[in-house]
Design a protein. Structure first.
Length: 109
C-alpha cells in the first residue's frame, strides 16, 4: 500500500514541477505591464539550481524501482530501508525546490 502511494507521490511531484504555478509581471519600456506564467522548473533553472531537479530525479528513480521490487514480493530489509530513505529524500528535495522557487524572482532586463 505505501509503495503504491510513494509511486503516486513521485508522479505528483513531477506534475507539480511542470505546472505553471508562478506569475511574473514586469513593466516594459513602453509603459505596459507584461505577464509571464512559469513553472517551478523554469524558476529553478533561472536560479541556476537545476542540480536539485536532477538529484530529485535520481531519488524518484530509486524510490520507484525499490517500490516496484517491494510490490513484486521482495521482502528484503535492505530494499525496504532504501525505499524508505529514498521516499523521504524525494519529499524533502521536492519541498526544498518549492521553497527555492517560491523565493526566486526572475529579472527581466
Amino acid at each position: 500500500m505505501w509503495s503504491v502511494l510513494s509511486i503516486l507521490a513521485n508522479i505528483v511531484y513531477i506534475l507539480i514541477l511542470n505546472a505553471s504555478l508562478y506569475t511574473d509581471r514586469a513593466a516594459m519600456p513602453n509603459g505596459e505591464i507584461r505577464e509571464w506564467h512559469h513553472s517551478p522548473l523554469y524558476r529553478l533553472n533561472s536560479a541556476d539550481q537545476m542540480f536539485l531537479f536532477y538529484f530529485l530525479l535520481v531519488c524518484i528513480a530509486v524510490s520507484a524501482v525499490t517500490a516496484i521490487m517491494k510490490l513484486a514480493g521482495m521482502r528484503s530489509d535492505t530494499v525496504h530501508k532504501v525505499w524508505l530513505i529514498s521516499s523521504i529524500l524525494c519529499a524533502a528535495v521536492f519541498l526544498l525546490i518549492m521553497i527555492i522557487t517560491g523565493n526566486t524572482h526572475v529579472k527581466y532586463a
